[in-house]
Design a protein around this ligand. Structure first.
Ligand code: PAF
Length: 282
């Protein structure tokens, strides 16, 4: 696995791959990799000839009171995992190589980012779309894979790629869960044992909602109420939002339809967790 820390070097490698007729796949990450990330690498490998992973903890997507300083890091462990997973190149830009002196350009995707996590994290998606745009320009992928756990992020990137005529195929990778149902996240490491146990209310509430849907419930208010009542059984979990939205526009819908997402965010102790599920009417 070859490592690059400068966009020009990364781009040269990718241009060379394209000259040889190879398809390049990208899995963007912030490191501290778990099985969820590695499942995205697997998807990228199936869809491309050469796979690039990027690791960059992007300051632009963290709010002033968020966890940028304590965001977990494990460069040696990440390298070993990516190497074992068959990644061909690692792009790990330095902060200065990503945002040089005088940096002032951002990309914002309006409607898709207006609700859900966009409400509590007003600058978050602007930071995400800006850094992903820069990763795309450095890596020049033909296909890029993003986890469905951050579904609003995935929808934002899809919209950005379509709006800016990038022609990059964007693929969503299914959420990978721990055996007890907790969605894998680098932030799970912050949870105390009691919080870890309480956090299971989130996946449980989604399962109950799916179950209600299977039995014919399509009313969004009823489904959200079901989620609230399950989460309310855990005092350590404070629900920030639960919402039924169109999975492309991220706008609220009254009823479950063809492409409907139930998304939630919650505070568990000092840790903010998100989870979601697609819903299908019976
Ligand atoms: O999902 C993430 O890890 C990050 O938001 C991403 C896409 C790598 C951009 O920093």
């Amino acid at each position: 696995m070859i490592t690059f820390d400068h966009p020009a070097d990364m781009r040269n490698w990718s241009d060379d791959a394209h000259r040889q007729g190879k398809r390049v796949g990208l899995v963007p990450t912030m490191g501290y990799l778990h099985q969820g990330h590695l499942s995205l690498v697997e998807i990228a490998r199936r869809r491309a000839d050469l796979t690039v992973a990027s690791i960059f903890v992007n300051p632009m997507q963290f709010g002033p009171a968020e966890d940028l300083e304590r965001y977990p890091r494990d460069e040696a462990g990440d390298r070993a995992k990516l190497e074992a997973a068959g990644v061909d190149a690692l792009y790990m830009p330095t902060g200065a190589n990503m945002y040089g002196p005088g940096y002032q350009t951002t990309i914002s995707v309006a409607e898709v980012t207006s609700g859900l996590c966009g409400e509590a994290r007003p600058i978050h998606f602007q930071g995400v779309s800006t850094v992903v745009a820069k990763l795309f320009n450095a890596v020049r992928p033909d296909v890029a894979v993003f986890g469905e756990k951050d579904y609003q992020q995935l929808a934002t990137i899809r919209r950005m790629v379509r709006d800016l005529d990038w022609g990059i195929e964007i693929v969503g990778g299914p959420i990978v869960r721990e055996p007890d149902g907790l969605a894998m996240s680098s932030r799970n490491v912050y949870l105390s044992p009691a919080e870890r146990e309480a956090a299971l209310a989130l996946s449980r509430s989604l399962e109950q909602a799916r179950c209600a849907c299977r039995s014919g419930e399509v009313d969004s208010d009823v489904i959200v109420e079901r989620v609230r009542s399950v989460v309310a059984t855990e005092p350590l979990v404070q629900l920030e939002y639960a919402a039924v939205v169109d999975a492309e526009s991220m706008q609220p819908v009254d009823r479950v339809g063809a492409n409907t997402l139930l998304a939630l965010a919650a505070q568990v102790g000092t840790t903010r967790l998100i989870d979601n599920t697609l819903l299908a009417a019976a």
